[in-house]
Every structure is written in structure tokens, then in C-alpha cells.
Design a binder for this molecule. Structure first.
Ligand code: FNR
Length: 350
């Protein structure tokens, strides 16, 4: 249990300042071009960015994806970023609640409802930890923080690079099935930076999963984070696999095509600007997710720093809608878009 907390703070240190976004990895969002409209016939403030998520209405189609909890430092991150989500009408997720399941007194560091009473709030647990906790244990974690939904994270790539990580990935769909029964539309299944592809997404949706965060390659690499903590063979294999995954642009476009219009899709992994967010929405996402940029802005400049970073992201997103002549996200999804380069290759196969 102590080990879980230590690992968490080591992860935060590495993510705050370490080389966790391997050079050369890409979301492939640079292979997406939105088309300029010279006569938008829109006022910036009239652009409607609202969208439905977890039974609530977001003012902006953004999710600050699950990162942390379990240490005092993590508690401050959660509260600052949840407050930001409340101010701007975003959704917010806490990080893995495993530490809290092991030591209930750590629960406090996941509590954000007092600063974020209206945000769609996601709890978080790993797929295989959910087995140990059982459906009731997972439900208790969600209830304990007043969550609107539960994020179930997939991280096989990370586990295999972690000396103490899981080595047996059988039975995953069975676990998902049990959680769908308990949580229904409140369950979200997410990756953690290696991407969910169309085949896995289709199987999840067939089991009744209604929310998927593809969390693709191009941003924070958890294989790299573990590589930086590992030694010997594990470090070597970690280096080898730190560019492993489905780029975020390829994941979101192919998953939307595979699952049809109904499921709520979040696209995250390497989104760094408002224009990135606009591009994933154009490719079929309902909500754009970000973790590292807001975490880093918070670590460097506190709540005000995170506020400044978010303002630039929101301004860029709004500008992308205006300059494509889109009054809302549905309009943006109907606009023409150009797909070039490697992304085109991915999408001919996926
Ligand atoms: C994460 N991520 C993550 N995901 C999850 O489901 N449970 C978790 O506990 C964590 N912890 C965590 C900590 C930190 C510091 C970061 C930066 C990220 C993964 C995160 O939700 C997201 O899927 C990836 O980081 C990809 O998005 P970015 O960071 O490239 O925007």
C-alpha cells in the first residue's frame, strides 16, 4: 500500500518535468486539415460549444482526464483542476482510486465535489483491479466521491513495462460485461495513451459500453514513464515500445466509423491546443480529453497557471469553429476535412 503511494508521487515527478512524450511519437493530427471559410457569418460569442456527457450538459466539449489522487500533492492537483472544470463547464476525472481502495483514509485526496458541484465527474479504476474489488467495491469507490460515472482504464503496455505489473490479461471482456450491468451508461472505458482501435471498440459497444475514450498515441507515454523507472531488460523493452500504439487521430476516426453515431466518444492522448481539440471533434469525438498539459500548467503556475493554459485552449477551439464556419460541434463534424500522409495509410487499413 505504501508502495502504491510512493509510485504515485514518482509518477507525478516524472510527468511534471520528465521526458514522458517521446520525440517522434505523433497523434497524426498534423495530417488533418480543416478547411478555411473566408465568410463565417458568425459572431465568436454565438458559437455553441455545449454537448451532453454523462447525463449533464458541458459548456465546452472538454474532459480533464483522470490523473491522480492518493497523496497530499495529488489532492491539490485534483482540487485545482476540478475547480477549473467547474468554472468553464468541462468534465473532470480523478486518477486511479486503487490507493483509496487500499487505504480509505486517502479518500480525501480524491474529493472534489465541494469545489466542483455540477461537473460531470468520473471515478477511475484499472480493469484488473476491478476484478479484485468486485462490482460492489467499484460502486463504493464511485459513490464515495459523488461521481457521475466510472472510468475503467486499460494499460497493458504500461503493466508489461512495470516490474510489479500484471502479466495475465485474460478475462477482460467478462469484467467489462459485469461492470456494464452495474453502471450502464455511467461506465466509460479508456486507454491510457496506446489507443483503443475499432475492433476492441466494437466489442465493447456490443457488450453495452456507451462511453469510450480512445486515449491514443502521441502524448504522455506510460510505457516511457515506466521505462524511466525501470532498469535492465524492462528498461530496454520499455524504450523499444515507447512509440507503440494507435495514434489518436487514427483511433478516433476509425472507432467512430466502427461504432456508428450513438456511443459517446472521447478522444485524448497528445491533444495540446484548441485546434487539436477541434480536429478530433471533426473526426467524430463528442469530447476532447487532455491530461498532461493541464497538469504541467498547474504544477508550474498553480490554479492561475492552469487557468491561463485552459484559456488559450478554449480560445483556439472557438476560433477553429468560427474559421470553419461552424456554429456548433455538429456543424464542425459536417464540414469537409483533408486527410493526408500517414493518417491516410492508417485509415485505409483500420
Ligand atoms: C495519467 N493517466 C491516467 N489514466 C488513468 O486512467 N488513470 C490514472 O490514474 C492516470 N494517471 C495519470 C497521471 C498523470 C500525471 C498523467 C499525465 C496521465 C492517463 C491520462 O488520463 C491520459 O489517458 C493520457 O495521459 C493521455 O493524455 P495526455 O496526457 O497526452 O493529454
Amino acid at each position: 500500500e505504501e508502495a502504491t503511494a510512493k509510485r504515485k508521487d514518482a509518477h507525478l515527478d516524472l510527468c511534471a518535468t520528465g521526458d514522458v512524450e517521446p520525440a517522434g511519437n505523433s497523434t497524426l493530427l498534423e495530417d488533418v486539415r480543416l478547411v478555411h471559410c473566408a465568410m463565417p457569418e458568425l459572431a465568436v460569442e454565438d458559437v455553441d460549444l455545449s454537448t451532453e456527457f454523462l447525463g449533464k450538459t458541458l459548456r465546452h466539449p472538454l474532459l480533464i482526464t483522470g490523473m491522480t489522487g492518493g497523496t497530499p500533492r495529488a489532492g491539490v492537483v485534483n482540487r485545482d483542476l476540478a475547480l477549473l472544470a467547474e468554472r468553464h463547464g468541462l468534465a473532470f476525472g480523478v486518477g486511479s482510486q486503487r490507493a483509496m481502495a487500499e487505504r480509505p483514509q486517502l479518500g480525501e485526496t480524491f474529493q472534489v465535489r465541494d469545489v466542483a458541484p455540477t461537473v460531470p465527474l468520473l471515478g477511475n479504476i484499472g480493469l484488473y483491479q476491478a476484478v479484485h474489488l468486485g462490482v460492489d467495491g467499484v460502486r463504493r469507490l464511485a459513490d464515495a466521491i459523488g461521481a457521475d460515472g466510472m472510468a475503467l482504464h486499460l494499460n497493458a503496455g504500461q503493466e508489461l513495462t512495470q516490474p510489479e505489473g500484471d502479466r495475465d490479461f485474460r478475462g477482460g471482456y467478462k469484467i467489462v460485461e459485469a461492470l456494464v450491468k452495474a453502471f450502464g451508461a455511467r461506465l466509460l472505458v479508456k486507454e491510457t495513451g496506446c489507443g483503443i482501435g475499432p475492433d476492441v471498440a466494437r466489442r465493447l459497444v456490443d457488450l453495452g459500453v456507451r462511453n469510450v475514450d480512445v486515449s491514443g498515441l502521441g502524448g504522455t507515454s506510460w510505457v516511457r514513464v515506466e521505462q524511466l523507472r525501470a532498469s535492465g531488460v524492462q528498461a530496454q523493452v520499455g524504450a523499444e515500445f515507447s512509440s507503440w500504439g494507435i495514434p489518436t487521430a487514427a483511433a478516433i476516426a476509425s472507432v467512430r466509423r466502427a461504432v456508428g453515431p450513438e456511443p459517446r466518444l472521447v478522444a485524448s492522448g497528445g491533444l495540446r491546443t484548441g485546434l487539436d481539440a477541434a480536429k478530433v471533434i471533426a473526426l467524430g469525438a463528442n469530447v476532447a480529453g487532455m491530461a498532461l498539459p493541464l497538469f504541467r500548467a498547474q504544477q508550474a503556475g498553480g490554479l492561475e497557471g492552469a487557468e491561463r493554459a485552459l484559456s488559450a485552449i478554449l480560445a483556439g477551439l472557438r476560433q477553429a469553429l468560427v474559421l470553419t464556419g461552424s456554429a456548433n460541434c455538429a456543424d464542425l463534424q459536417r464540414q469537409p476535412r483533408i486527410i493526408v500522409g500517414q493518417l491516410k495509410d492508417w485509415l485505409t487499413t483500420l
